[in-house]
Design a binder for this molecule. Structure first.
Ligand code: ZN
Length: 98
């Protein structure tokens, strides 16, 4: 595959949402936040990857498996997986009998 995506750099959304974002700079390694925004959530749907990509590019929140609306990070591996999403995903997978 030629690097079809290599030239695409998602626009960083302006921080003018209704929420006050001044306090949500990622503080990696801080286990004591208890903030859902610092989890990597799962989403479900026909094309989750496309949804996540669109959410990142547009800066719009999407609904996670656990019901939380959040804007996914471009690097979800830096965040712990949301335990609620994990549980729901496991349940779905086991029901599919995979
Ligand atoms: Zn979640």
């Amino acid at each position: 595959m030629p690097g079809a995506l290599s030239g695409i750099l998602p626009r960083i959304p302006a921080m003018n949402e209704t929420q006050i974002r001044s306090d949500v700079e990622p503080r990696l390694g801080d286990p004591d936040t208890g903030d859902h925004d610092r989890f990597a959530h799962y989403i479900i749907g026909r094309d989750p990857k496309a949804k996540i990509t669109a959410a990142i590019v547009e800066g719009k929140p999407i609904r996670a498996l656990c019901g939380k609306k959040w804007i996914p990070s471009r690097d979800p591996s830096r965040y712990p997986v949301c335990p609620e999403c994990q549980e729901i995903k496991d349940r779905i997978l086991s029901r599919r009998g995979h």
